[in-house]
Write a protein that binds this ligand. Structure first.
Ligand code: NAI
Ligand code: SOE
Length: 386
């Protein structure tokens, strides 16, 4: 059993993924789970053999046995639970976005720094082996200096007016939906890879369904079947379904990305293509084990994820031989291995903290500033500095 004791708040998609990934990290043990519904926490505890469960997240946060809190709740609860956990002296791994406003995120990153706690955000995509490989190739200038980046993050799960989720309610989600939910991942990943920050944005956002059908029964899902009108209420939606965003980076690189939760056939397509002096590199989350290398003078290449062909940094987060496909759950495992390695060093009072790769509260606060600048740019229809 691991000696770092973890409590997970939430029992939904993200929380279950965290619990499963935590079981792949040698030094930790999940000792408690909390949900707003006690029965959900009890079910999750039984399924994953977790000894404690709570119907109130604050009880988990104040459980003296717990060293680290994972906050896997809807966006509007990130600030409250992250803050309470830091004040209780717990390390925190929060789901993204860090909060729903820049002010809240700023307060959280300051608090984490003051308390000296390990505070990370689950920006998972930087933890894929081939994303790390691209980062290393860019840093070593294998293809020269980058000048242009394009890409996007496309999904289709909110295509129909009958697709509904708490993310449609801006009181629970915050003022930005597609940008904060998936655009935040794109910005974090590309900033990580390029090693430079987005400093200016020009955005054009859109809403396909200003009115959606919300199931009266909270547990119902209409993903595959058309709902009956009597089972729904019509609700107004004021957050974006899609958007196109021009970006400028601090080092002079320019770029563009699109985000959409209403693009048929695109399930979880986070992709980016970096053009540099002597070549281009492209990665697509839906084909995560392939790296496209574009050339002007020789045929283009596809590099498969294979530790023996990659940099030591990328090889170190590759766990299976080439051809044994790794994906989203493996990237989450990598994030946790990285995060808990730092907590382990703290426990052992080792001072070398420089090699951590996970997104800190400070970096996630920077992403919140981009999200806010995007909303302002769309409203004012002009460039906005981050
Ligand atoms: P979900 O709706 O599947 O789960 C939310 C969970 O929060 C539910 O179990 C609910 O019971 C719990 N909850 C709600 N209010 C609570 C309260 N007061 N106390 C305790 N628990 C409470 O939502 P999902 O998809 O898991 O999203 C949760 C968060 O995770 C979001 O912020 C989302 O952005 C993030 N997320 C991040 C991913 C990533 O790639 N890093 C992947 C999926 C989600
Ligand atoms: C829903 O859009 C979602 O689950 C996001 O919340 C995640 O962060 C993303 O990784 C996948 O899609």
């Amino acid at each position: 059993m691991g000696d770092i004791k973890v409590g997970v708040i939430g029992t939904g998609f993200s929380a279950m993924a965290h619990i499963e990934a935590l079981q792949r990290v040698p030094s930790v043990q999940v000792v408690a789970v909390a949900s707003s519904r006690l029965s959900h926490a009890e079910e999750a505890a039984a399924r994953y053999r977790i000894p404690m469960y709570y119907g109130d997240a604050m009880e988990l946060i104040h459980d003296p046995d717990i060293d680290v809190v994972h906050n896997c709740t809807p966006n509007h609860l990130h600030y409250t639970f992250n803050k309470a956990a830091l004040l209780a002296g717990k390390h925190v791994l929060s789901e993204k976005p860090l909060s729903v406003t820049v002010e809240e995120s700023d307060e959280l990153q300051k608090l984490a720094r003051e308390k000296g706690l390990v505070a990370g955000v689950a920006f998972i995509y930087r933890h894929y082996p081939l994303v790390e490989e691209i980062k290393q190739q860019i840093a070593s200038r294998t293809y020269g200096k980058p000048h242009y980046v394009l890409g996007g993050y496309l999904q289709d799960w909110l295509l129909y007016e009958t697709d509904y989720n708490w993310r449609m309610d801006s009181r629970l989600n915050g003022p930005s939906r597609a940008v904060a939910d998936i655009g935040s991942h794109w910005c974090d990943t590309v900033q990580y890879v390029l090693g430079t920050r987005i400093v200016s944005v020009f955005a054009d956002l859109g809403i396909v369904h200003p009115v959606r059908f919300k199931p009266k029964d909270e547990q119902a899902t209409f993903t595959n079947a058309a709902p009956k009108p009597e089972d729904c209420e019509r609700v107004e939606v004021d957050t974006e379904d899609f958007g196109s965003i021009l970006v400028r980076f601090e080092d002079g690189t320019k770029g563009v990305f699109c985000i959409s939760q209403v693009s048929p056939g695109r399930k979880n397509k986070l992709y980016f293509e970096i053009s540099a002096e002597k070549g281009a590199l492209r990665w697509d989350q839906e084909e995560a084990n392939r790296l496209w290398i574009g050339s002007r003078d020789v045929p283009n290449q596809i590099q498969m994820r294979d530790a023996s062909l990659m940099s030591s940094q990328a090889a170190s987060i590759t766990h299976y031989p080439g051809g044994h496909e790794e994906g989203w759950p493996d990237a989450l495992k990598n994030l946790l291995l990285d995060y808990y390695s730092l907590i382990g060093k703290r426990k052992a009072r080792k001072t070398d903290e420089t090699s951590s790769k996970f997104a800190t509260f400070n970096q996630a606060c920077g992403v919140m500033r981009i999200v806010e600048a995007v909303l302002q740019s769309h409203e004012r229809q002009r460039w906005v500095d981050v």
